[in-house]
Design a protein around this ligand. Structure first.
Ligand code: NAP
Ligand code: ZN
Length: 350
């Protein structure tokens, strides 16, 4: 079936309108009419070839919300009309110890990304900047009634990517958590860490974000452009989530961790970061990383958002290449408050 979509024809080229073919329904497939698709900084990294490679033409988008339009004969969990979401991946082996543990992102055969990937059958995957998508039901989650579909979209990547490490490293009462960078991921991280009971500090290069950081639940806000921030906060945090899309001075941030403190990278900058051994050794600190989260945990995160009234701040835009390209530029300039979401109902209807 045909689906109006936006694609990047080749590395770094501007977005353009295209029509793609979605596969026919297999037994366990759902056809989803996409309503909203979030814009993640990873879309931009991949469109520009920041991480090397890339499969073109590329239809980005892994923050997908829509309704089930048709189901395959073997589908058991969903019915036509259900409100559903799809995140960063659409297939995995289902048999390795990570898949069995609900951590499909670590699948030993290799998890299949929602776009910019080849599925196990050799077909390229195309993402959510599109009218529809066909996904096997194992990779589909349910959108709770209390969440609006536009604001639910960013939760499918930005939400789970920040919820997962905060849970894994036990953000909670008595823990001091710093969120570095307050963009799409960061502004959700602030809300999750607060709802989990931690004391939250935002470290941002943009002083203009202070008021919103405090509204979202941060106890304090510090500008990273101010040298004094780093001397004043030395040893202050148990856990730091780095959501910055660019390279930062890792050594300066390590010095803000307490003894046994952990810096978790979720941002994926172009160049390798470097660190000195001293700030790690002298305070038994750790550097780690975290990669989205499994399907089971994604559903748990959505339910957590419904229960705690957590939602991203979004700006909804039309599904045309010009508007989305402008949004990408604003994301690159850290001028997004705090997630762009494409209204895919504005694609041409046929
Ligand atoms: P975003 O909305 O652009 O937010 C990134 C924030 O980083 C900006 O708002 C800005 O916050 C800060 N920043 C940007 N450039 C900076 C610079 N040169 N120096 C210092 N701070 C800077 O991006 P996002 O969608 O949240 O994604 C963030 C990163 O996470 C991207 O690299 C993305 O690819 C990656 N990601 C990883 C995963 C994963 O599984 N690990 C999943 C999704 C995304 P302030 O203005 O507050 O400083
Ligand atoms: Zn993403």
């Amino acid at each position: 079936m045909k689906a109006h979509s936006l694609c990047i024809p080749s590395t770094g080229a501007p977005l353009e309108h295209t029509v793609i073919e979605r596969r026919g329904l297999r037994e366990e497939d759902l056809l989803i009419d996409i309503q909203y698709s979030g814009i993640c900084h990873s879309d931009i990294h991949q469109g520009k070839g920041d991480w090397g490679g890339g499969i073109f033409p590329m239809v980005p988008g892994h923050e997908i919300v829509g309704t089930v339009a048709a189901v395959g004969t073997g589908v058991t969990k969903f019915s036509v009309g259900d409100r559903v979401g799809v995140g960063c991946f659409v297939n995995s082996c289902g048999e390795c110890k990570y898949c069995l543990a609900g951590e499909e992102q670590f699948c030993q055969k290799g998890v299949v990304f929602t776009y910019n990937a080849m599925d196990y059958d050799g077909a390229p995957t195309y993402g959510g900047y599109s009218q529809s998508i066909v996904v096997t039901e194992r990779f589909v989650v349910r959108i709770p009634d209390r969440l609006s579909p536009d604001a639910a979209a960013p939760l499918l990547c930005a939400g789970i990517t920040t919820y997962s490490p905060l849970k894994h490293w036990h953000a909670g009462p008595g823990k001091k958590v710093a969120i570095v960078g307050m963009g799409g991921l960061g502004h959700l991280a602030v809300q999750f860490a607060r709802a989990m009971g931690a004391e939250v500090t935002v470290l941002s290069q943009s002083a203009s974000k202070q008021e919103e950081a405090l509204q979202l639940g941060a106890r304090s806000f510090y500008s990273t452009r101010n040298e004094e921030t780093f001397s004043k906060l030395a040893g202050a945090f148990d856990l730091m989530i780095n959501t910055v899309s660019a390279n930062i001075d890792i050594n300066a941030y390590l010095s803000l961790l307490s003894v046994d403190g952990t810096l978790v990278n979720v941002g994926l900058p172009v160049n390798p970061d470097s660190y000195h051994a001293f700030p790690l050794i002298m305070s038994r600190r750790s550097i780690s990383g975290s990669f989205v989260g499994g399907i089971r945990e994604t559903q748990e995160m959505l339910d957590f958002c419904a229960e705690h009234g957590i939602a991203p701040m979004i700006e909804v835009i039309g599904a045309n290449a010009e508007e989305v390209q402008q949004a990408w530029t604003r994301v690159e300039q850290a001028d997004v408050r705090y997630r762009f979401v494409i209204d895919t109902s504005t694609f041409p209807q046929e």
